[in-house]
Design a protein around this ligand. Sequence first.
Ligand SMILES: *Cc1c(COP(=O)(O)O)cnc(C)c1O
Length: 426
Amino acid sequence: MAVLDHISSQEAMALENKYGAQNYHPLPVVLSKGEGVFVWDVEGKKYYDFLSAYSSLNQGHCHPKIVNAMTEQAQRLTLTSRAFYNDMLGRYEKYATEYFNFDKMLPMNSGAEAVETALKLCRKWAYEVKGIDLNKAEIVVCKNNFHGRTTTIISFSNDPVARKNFGPYTDGFIKIEYDNLKELEYVLSSNPNVAGFLVEPIQGEAGVYVPSDNYLKEAKALCEKYNVLFIADEVQTGIARTGRLLATCGNCSCEKKDCSGTPDVKPDILVLGKALSGGLYPVSAVMASNDIMNVIQPGNHGSTFGGNPIAAAVAIAALEVVKEENLAENADYLGKIFRAEMNKYIKDSTIVSSVRGKGLLNAIVINDDEDSDTAWNICLKLRDNGLLAKPTHGNIIRFAPPLVMTEDQLLDCVSIITSTLKEFEV
Ligand SMILES: *Cc1c(COP(=O)(O)O)cnc(C)c1O
């Protein structure tokens, strides 16, 4: 088959540019193989993956256990649609709800679909359980949020590039400042039509903004006080990325390796995606208690591929790997080393002003304008030096390697990053 013949980087990029919609601006590197924390380009050059497909590859590239689960399932049964039962979905639902300590889940494919599901679920709950007047429900969201790219989700984004010329927008959202409890309390106390509060435990896409220590816990308490659903979008922060199974438990002082049981902050609705499949397959999910999830009845919502047998087999294996390989603990441990090493560098640096993050979701802030191309140029140099990362803004670079990294590999990466940054010091 012609597409499997050898292709150069230049040829591959030319094909994408000619035949593909230009909805992305990729770093110029063409990958053809991945294993663990490494990827290789078509010319055979090896790189550390320091993005992990935006935290989808927490378990590392092509994890053998997950690949095995996928190929075995693919040879047996791939898709039934939900017109019929299949012998994998129920097992997956039991495993995943017990794993995260929720009553029920609703399986979808992409993160944006799962966020849409959570919004629909919240609205229906508002009318049928909370008793808000029809079509009056409002959902509170945060400025600089990132929840995906569908029409409703971009309706409450404030990224002009994501919104411009895609109107008319969906109503029913109130935007407040992130990490601002006063504003949250004001909007909850003054508006009886608020049904939910949708929040990222760390704003990843915005540039890895970590809120104050008590923010999530107190936001959840406010939601309880005003009978408003606390909806945590953990598509990027979840599944061990921030050093805990879920980042909503990130303020927890307990010593547990995972948060099944009594987490510090338990969302009313939990949204997961990305690493739920270990990066093999689009798998997302919404979890909630019975009293919330039971408002959904046949015909209210669905997806042809949502909950398919391959997704179920892949997700079970991907979640097992997280526990078997202690990925949350490893992310916590390596994250502390990473920030400490970066802070040592930053002390005498003029080009980097700070590092922030939790676990292995981190970012460095470059000492330049938001619309400069310094971060992009640094990422090009990092690529040349064997490490792949991507700016989130002109002056912020996100660092999110697979969580299967070893300490030696991390220190090797730190030395690649710091020696690259040195080339940009003035
Ligand atoms: C990536 C992401 C999404 C969207 O997921 P897709 O699979 O790209 O649709 C939603 N929320 C957060 C926080 C994300 O990081």
